[in-house]
Design a protein around this ligand. Sequence first.
Ligand code: SF4
Length: 261
Amino acid sequence: MYKVTASTDGTKRIDFDEGYVSVIIPTKNDKYAVCVSCQIGCPVECKFCHTGNMGFKKNLSSEQIVDQIKAAEEIIGKPPYSVVFMGMGEPTLNFNNVIEAANNIHNEFEIAYRRITISTSCFKTISKLLNIPFNVAVSLHSPFDKVRKSLIPSTISVKSIVDFANKYHRKHPRKEFMVEYALMNGVNDSGKDIRKLFSLNWPKKTSFNFIEFNDVGNFKRTDRDTIFKFKNAAIKAGYKSFVRYSRGADISAACGMLDYK
Ligand code: SF4
């Protein structure tokens, strides 16, 4: 059983009775992306994330993950166009269930591998993502180890992430490698951050996704002009780049806001 809450911007939050959450995000041309959870709470405890502040409760089974897409299909009236594992939890810490669920979602709902994205905050477990058919996204949020570790306590070094990106590119030369960067005012949004970010040896097919963050605890949103400076710097450096605007903040469905109500 689940409860649905709708945002004024069209985003819908699905709260399942067992304590996990999914988000339906309308995209262009009457299509929908669904952000799914793979754990209840999260052991990673990122400082900017309500889920992290909940602590870890439990891993979801592959059926519970697939059920999130079934519920989304009931609500939308058709299967979603894309699925991102960016809800509650760290996918590489519930890896077998996540991969089984992603394969079942691919088969049951006919969603192409390239439209299913597994996102990680980057631990030693990142190597598990080298051989999967789905898209891979990494949460970077800062090119400086000291800042990253203050945000994501147990993460690996930036150098290890760049090394992984290059390994991934050698293994999948035609696929894009996605870097997620949530911009937080005064934390990771300076000119120094831009210079360092694009001095790193990212593979050519890296795509940078700059996320308009939400006010969570002491973390505040970066203004749009600054977000576009990051995007333009990425393009100038020869990479694809996108800005992901905040959606569903009024119903606590936006990035960093998922906790159990
Ligand atoms: S941002 Fe992701 S990995 Fe970090 S605590 Fe939140 S759910 Fe976990």
